[in-house]
Design a protein around this ligand. Structure first.
Ligand SMILES: Nc1ncnc2c1ncn2[C@@H]1O[C@H](COP(=O)(O)OP(=O)(O)OP(=O)(O)O)[C@@H](O)[C@H]1O
Ligand SMILES: [Mg+2]
Length: 243
């Protein structure tokens, strides 16, 4: 059974369509890169997968559970979903709200009711994993863009979710920091995480051979290709280089 299953899923903003009739299955352990033009629906899809929004039409199932408006309205159910599928936002400023980095990363595990010792361990581990230990006592909103991205990822990892959603995690990073982020994502994939990221950095992402789910301007899935399938399609590759 697919971990994530979308069936004829559409999403409408007040004045415009965000997603049109998506059918998509993502299995446990998949590494998916969402690509497509600006405004094609990548961020909207990540918000729906994380449970921040619910579909206007169609169905979303996570691990066999229908994620409906009613389900998301129940705080316990909502928390259960958030513990399993965590989103690192495109704009990390909206994600970081605590007074220190250590507090930021501790927030989620505390909400789960873990003991102080377990919370402390998770903070240390996740800051270490994201190369952010030196930021521990800093104020999150005063960090640089790249530092904020690492701390936001640490705070999501601290919940130990099955699925990691990342909205343009390479945006604004130096080439060296992009490589470091991709190396970390590969390590998380090797550790069994399912990863869905949106990116415009085709060349860098191609190197780690994800499955590519490609959107068009009509907010539909235009193509869904493994890295090997994509390698056999030079025209599709040329198009991705322009996104
Ligand atoms: N809060 C909103 N209110 C109204 N329309 C929105 C809102 N957010 C997104 N949209 C619209 O929904 C569509 C999909 O936007 P989305 O942000 O999902 O695209 P995207 O693929 O992530 O683009 P980008 O590559 O620029 O990040 C676009 O037409 C956009 O204008
Ligand atoms: Mg986006």
């Amino acid at each position: 059974m697919a971990l994530i299953k979308l069936t004829a899923l559409s999403y409408d903003y007040p004045n415009t369509r965000g997603l049109d009739q998506l059918n998509l299955e993502i299995n446990s352990g998949d590494f998916v890169c969402l690509m497509g033009p600006n405004g094609s629906g990548k961020s909207t899809l990540l918000r729906i997968l994380s449970g921040l929004e619910n579909a206007s039409q169609g169905d979303y199932h996570f691990d066999g559970q229908a994620i409906t408006a009613d389900y998301l309205a129940n705080p316990q159910d909502r928390q259960r979903l958030h513990q399993q599928i965590g989103l690192v936002f495109q704009n990390t400023d909206v994600q970081l709200f605590n007074t220190s980095v250590a507090e930021e990363v501790a927030f989620g595990p505390r909400q789960l009711g873990l003991s102080d010792a377990e919370v402390a361990q998770r903070v240390t581990d996740c800051l270490d994993l994201t190369h952010s230990s030196d930021l521990r006592e800093r104020v999150p909103y005063q960090l640089s863009g790249g530092e904020k991205k690492r701390v936001a990822l640490a705070s999501v990892l601290a919940l130990n979710p099955k699925v990691l959603l990342l909205d343009e995690p390479l945006n604004g990073l130096t080439i060296a920091a992009q490589q470091q982020m991709l190396t970390l994502l590969q390590a998380l994939r090797a550790a069994g995480k399912t990863i869905v990221m949106a990116s415009h950095n085709f060349k860098q992402v191609q190197a780690i051979e994800p499955r590519f789910v490609i959107f068009n301007v009509a907010h539909q899935i235009q193509a869904d290709l493994s890295a090997a399938e994509l390698a056999a399609q030079p025209e599709q590759q040329a198009e991705l280089l322009t996104l």
